[in-house]
Ligand binder design. Structure first.
Ligand SMILES: [Zn+2]
Length: 307
């Protein structure tokens, strides 16, 4: 593979982007019809957000960039802020941020704010799992044709799998930096280490002729510069999310109910207990990875002929 063949850093080269909606109201309503099928209570939460004006989804002139879910402590409502412009990414972002919002609803009954401060390793399980729990119902939202739907789901699963190897590069690089502080103060040695790790974890993408670009990828990874050892959390959370998704493929109602129960605990129990309650293992071991990657590959294979 050449870099432009690899899908792990966005769209495949020269593939026109899917345009799932043109008006923000379509995005809002589309998500509403998805959540109705995921779970009645989660759907009620989402409708409450619409009613209470807790969604600011569309891009407009002078609006601050970014997308996030925040929590309003007095009204006990989550608030989703984003800049939708009609892309597939916007659909994924709304589903993701809604997962955070549902976490806020479920844990809002806890008496102390500190109990709602869930660490990243589980907070992102709530959001990443929602992207996956919603994925079987994406077709109901009117965003995609059948072929586009298959492509959107394949891209989502492929990027989930390939994210782990990239996460491994970033994490291993940070370990090297903090274990070798003298070498890590020398940009040339940093570049060499980065390339070594990219070749170790992502050996199948051939950057011949683009060595400089390959090396410069590390400059775009802000976590390395701003948040020591912060990146592995996404990988852990994604493994949790994919275990919940695997449960849902067997028993949607049971998986969602365990997910909601875990969200309602906030941070009143340790991480392994949060995962366990959600029906997952807090782990990064071979067996669990193999199980969910095999499942993702099966679903990709089922979807791919349609593409
Ligand atoms: Zn998130």
């Amino acid at each position: 593979l050449r870099p432009w063949d690899a899908v792990w850093f966005g769209q495949p080269f020269r593939t026109p982007a899917i345009k799932p909606f043109s008006e923000v109201a379509q995005l809002e309503q589309g998500a509403s019809s998805i959540f109705k099928r995921v779970d009645p209570q989660l759907s009620d939460y989402y409708e409450t957000m619409i009613r209470d004006h807790c969604l600011d989804l569309g891009n407009r002139k002078n609006k601050a960039p970014g997308g996030y879910c925040t929590f309003l402590n007095v009204t006990k409502r989550p608030f989703i802020f984003m800049n939708a412009v009609g892309l597939q990414d916007d659909v994924d972002t709304l589903l993701h941020e809604s997962g955070h919002a549902f976490h806020a609803f479920e844990s809002a009954q806890l008496p102390y704010i500190q109990q709602q401060m869930v660490p990243m390793e589980f907070a992102e399980v709530a959001s990443m799992a929602m992207e996956l729990l919603a994925s079987p119902y994406l077709g109901e939202a009117g965003f995609y044709t059948y072929a586009q739907l298959a492509r959107a789901r394949v891209e989502h699963l492929e990027s989930n799998i390939s994210f782990w190897v990239y996460m491994a590069v970033v994490d291993a690089y940070q370990h090297w930096v903090y274990e070798n502080i003298d070498a890590a103060a020398d940009p040339a040695q940093c570049d060499a280490k980065w390339i070594e790790l990219m070749k170790r974890y992502i050996p199948d993408v051939d950057y011949t002729g683009f060595e400089k670009e390959h090396m410069l990828l590390r400059h775009t990874q802000l976590h390395i510069f701003q948040a020591p050892f912060y990146y592995v959390e996404y990988g852990l959370a994604q493994l949790g999310a994919m275990q919940i998704w695997a449960n849902a493929l067997n028993d949607q109602a049971g998986a969602v109910s365990a997910y909601r129960k875990a969200l309602s605990l906030g941070y009143t129990v340790p991480l392994p207990k949060l995962y366990e309650t959600a029906g997952a293992k807090f782990t990064f071991d071979k067996d669990t990875l193999r199980r969910v990657v095999t499942l993702a590959e099966q679903v990709i294979n089922e979807l791919e002929p349609i593409n």
